[in-house]
Every structure is written in structure tokens, then in C-alpha cells.
Design a binder for this molecule. Sequence first.
Ligand code: GLN
Length: 302
Amino acid sequence: MSQQPDSERDPAGGGGDVVTTIARALREAADALGDASVEEPRREAATLLAATLARDRAYLIAHSDDALAPDALKLFRDGVRRRAAGEPTQYVTGRQEFYGLDFEVSPAVLIPRPETELLVETTLDLLRDVRAPRVCDVGAGSGCVAVALLHERADARAVAVDISADALRVAARNAARHAVAGRLALVASDCFAALDPSHKFDLIASNPPYVAEGDLDSLQREVREHEPRVALTPGGDGLSVIRRLLEDAPRFLREGGCLVFEIGFDQHEAVRRLIDARVWTLLEIHKDLQGIPRTVALRLNG
Ligand code: GLN
């Protein structure tokens, strides 16, 4: 870190205005975020400033003595205020990385979670020997699962459905951003309601809303107050969309096709009981990096 003073009189002598350097702006922001009990305030400040300047964090270190333009400073301070008031960082920056790709996010969509990468991995594994697979993503949100999949498998096509038209608009931009829009159809639909069962899929993937209504209060404040409720919980015990997937997916799958979906903490036993062994073969319930049973993989019986 530089030992120089990070705020000084404007050397151009412009009436003694105080110049705010990158280092000073970061310190100010870290203080404000720390006062608001945001965790890792320095890191958050750097993330927000890097996003404001459309640079990476290394740039901030290399340019810590540079003055910030007034417009950039105002934008940055607005972002810090929003973050300090409890908005998730990703809604302030409009960005989240998922499966190595940069995704646009807005309050219309759930912020992609690292554990959901397991849904993509499991899907890719199951499709390894299927040529030109057709995939359906139910409750696509930002489109992160479908887009990551299509990005990995150039021969795949997908249908992404979501009940929210606002979410689908975000998914469309993410598909375009990662050059897979030509292989992705976006459909406004409550689960399979608007789909034609004469078109069968090789695999149906879903990160459904699964939080039990009674557990909403125990979620982090950022999640509870800012992420779309429709993406988090279907109400009740949290399992109603999973029940519908298990019930309806067989009509949309080819023989031997797969259903892969994410579940919440402590739901695996309840979900196991919902699986009709005459219809499905349970392949595996994969654990996430924290050891939590997270991704259920099923094959439709022949
Ligand atoms: N994993 C999210 C959470 O715990 C919930 C996402 C979902 O319901 N699909 O906040």
C-alpha cells in the first residue's frame, strides 16, 4: 500500500478542492460498510468500486493514488449506500460469476449460488453419451443453468421456462452475452403448464423454489428482503414444486431420460419418500462442497 497521503489539495489549484483518490474512497466506503455491519467491508468496498469503474481489483491497487472522477465517485457512493442498507452486492453491481461465466442479475432473479454449479456438473455428466441433447430448465431465473450448459455443450439445445417474464428478460440477455441464444427457447410458464408434451427432452434440470415458508425468517436478511420470494419458496413445506416435477416430468422425458434438481438443507429424506420407484430410479443425491445433500439425479424407468 502507498504511504502517500491519499487526499490532497488539487495540484492544479482549483480553488482548494479536495481530491478523492481511489485509496481514500475505498477507506471511506469500508468504514461506512463496517458501521452498517456488512461482513468483509474492505473487500466489499473494492468489489463495488471495481464494478463502478469496470476494472478489476488489481487495477484499484495499482492506481490507488489516482483521483476519482466526480461522476464515478457519486455512482460509487450510491452503490455503497445501497449495500450498507442491506441490498446484496450482486444487485448493486448487476453481476455474478457462475460456472466461470459472468452473468447479469437483477432483483427479478435469484443470485446464482456456488452449490447450483453441482446441478450443471451433474447434468453434463448424465448427458456425456447423449448426442445433440435436448434439455429443459424449469424455473430458469437468470438462465445461469441453461446458459452454462449450452456454453459447455455446443451440440445441445434447451428450453428455459420461468413463471416470471422479468426473469426471462434477464435470461435472454445472459444467453445473448454468452452467444447461446440461438439454441435457447425462453417460455413463460408455471412449470410445464405451457409446454407441449409431444416434444420430449433428454433431461430436465431445475433449481426450484424449495425453502419452507416457516424457514423464510431464518434466511440471511439480504436474501429474505431482496431476492424474489417466488424463486425462494413455493409456500408450505417447500416441496410442492418438487412434487410437481416428480409428477409431471415423465410426460416430457424420453424413455430413460433424466430429472435433476436441487434441494434444500435437510430435505433429502423427505424428497426420497416422494420418489415413486415404479416411475423413477434414484441415481444419486450428490453432496455439495459443504457435505449437504443437494442435487437429486433420477432416471425415468423404461
Ligand atoms: N439456496 C437458496 C437459499 O438457501 C434457495 C434457492 C432455492 O430455493 N432454489 O437461499
